[in-house]
Design a protein around this ligand. Structure first.
Ligand code: NAP
Ligand code: F7E
Length: 327
């Protein structure tokens, strides 16, 4: 029998790659689609799967819509990827971020409990929950110290997932995913902002690139690898919590150097520091320890930062040449 899955956040970076992975495995894939006034399907189109997924109108902040989505999709697996996921915006829209990225997860858990507690659940937790890090390498036992309204909202969703697992015996897992990027990354996130900027500068469409704190360090991997870890979690006998990371950390500055040098440019000639992009509270450094995911899920990161950034710059060069910079 065909296995059915529901993805909230299907139009996002991870949602698109996960939909592709599940389709390739033979799943019937549905996605919850919140009402927007403009087109948000460009990633599904870019992966050529727009016509292969069943899109169900609904917003994760609306329990009745989530209930309908779960019933209509007949999902045996639900992946909750919907979020207001941009950390910077979470200071401007803290309550919306709480409703979508925090309470949204509780809505999905509650909808599963009310519909069919045998449905397996994945929650998109995040390394942002570690924030002001309490250990040099962060793993599943490291205490949390979120530094943004986004991190705080995600921590609520994280503990609600654990609570529903322990209270109602749900097969509910959290993936504490460190930063992961791709050519489908939103343009506001630093890697894509840089690779898009590099392409435009190389083609003479732009002169400078304005950035914030380029001394911040992140553990960056490839989104295509990370959605595979999500799927693996839901194939285990029981729900659990897993850190997913590369185990390497790099400054934004070094990432810029890699991106500019890929097209023969020097970042020092083009990057301008603009205080506008500094955050009220910063997460200075993140470095994950993915040993548990490697041991229990048989998962491993396959893509180096150099390969990832080269792939992104090449995609943005193509888009800039074709005059479609964002999508
Ligand atoms: P993304 O590109 O920002 O995608 C977020 C998705 O959520 C979009 O499809 C968005 O739709 C949807 N969404 C927003 N508000 C919604 C609402 N009220 N109801 C239903 N859907 C809504 O994020 P991503 O990078 O793919 O990340 C996927 C998930 O993993 C997110 O939960 C994120 O917080 C988490 N995460 C990401 C990373 C990372 O490095 N990428 C790391 C750890 C955790 P619209 O575009 O129409 O708003
Ligand atoms: O920032 C610094 C910025 O916005 C990375 C989300 O997917 O990953 C992401 O959150 C670093 C920060 O990602 C600019 O201050 C410097 O230190 O790409 P980012 P993020 O905040 O790490 C986590 C794991 C998630 O869960 C989130 O959903 O780069 N930085 N200059 C800049 N960042 C941006 N965006 N723009 C700049 O100009």
């Amino acid at each position: 029998m065909t296995q059915a899955a529901l993805i909230t956040g299907i139009t996002g970076q991870d949602g698109a790659y996960l939909a592709q992975l599940l389709l390739n495995k033979g799943y019937a894939v549905s996605g919850l689609l919140p009402r927007r006034s403009s087109d948000t399907l460009w990633r599904l189109r870019e992966l050529r799967i727009e016509g292969d997924v069943n899109l169900i109108d609904g917003d994760v902040a609306d329990l009745s819509a989530v209930l309908r989505g779960i019933r209509e999709s007949k999902a045996a697996e639900v992946y909750n990827l919907a979020a207001q996921s941009f950390v910077g915006t979470s200071w401007q829209q803290p309550l919306l971020t709480a409703q979508v990225s925090g309470v949204g997860a509780a809505n999905v858990l509650e909808a599963i409990r009310l519909t069919d507690p045998a449905i397996r659940f994945y929650q998109a937790s995040t390394s942002e929950m570690f924030g002001l890090i309490q250990a040099e390498r962060q793993d599943e036992t490291t205490p949390f110290y979120p530094r943004s309204p986004y991190g705080v909202a995600k921590l609520y969703a994280h503990w609600m997932t654990i609570n529903y697992r322990e209270s109602f015996n749900l097969h509910a897992s959290t993936g504490i995913l460190f930063n992961h990027e791709s050519p489908l990354r939103g343009i506001e996130f630093v890697t894509r902002k840089v690779t898009d900027g590099v392409a435009r500068i190389k083609l003479g469409l732009q002169k400078e690139l304005r950035l914030g704190n380029i001394d911040a360090r992140r553990d960056w991997g490839f989104a295509g690898d990370y959605v595979d870890a999500m799927w693996r979690m839901l194939q285990q006998e029981k729900g659990d919590d897993y850190v997913v990371a590369t185990g390497h950390t790099t400054t934004v500055r070094e990432m810029c150097r890699i991106a500019f040098s890929h097209v023969g440019l020097s970042y020092e000639d083009h990057v301008v520091i603009d205080p506008k992009f500094f955050r009220p509270a910063e997460v200075d450094v993140l470095l994950g320890n993915p040993a548990k995911a490697e041991r229990l899920l048989g998962w491993t990161a396959t893509t180096s930062l150099e390969q990832l950034i080269s792939m992104m710059v090449d995609a943005d060069m193509r888009r800039a040449r074709e005059g479609r910079p964002q999508a």
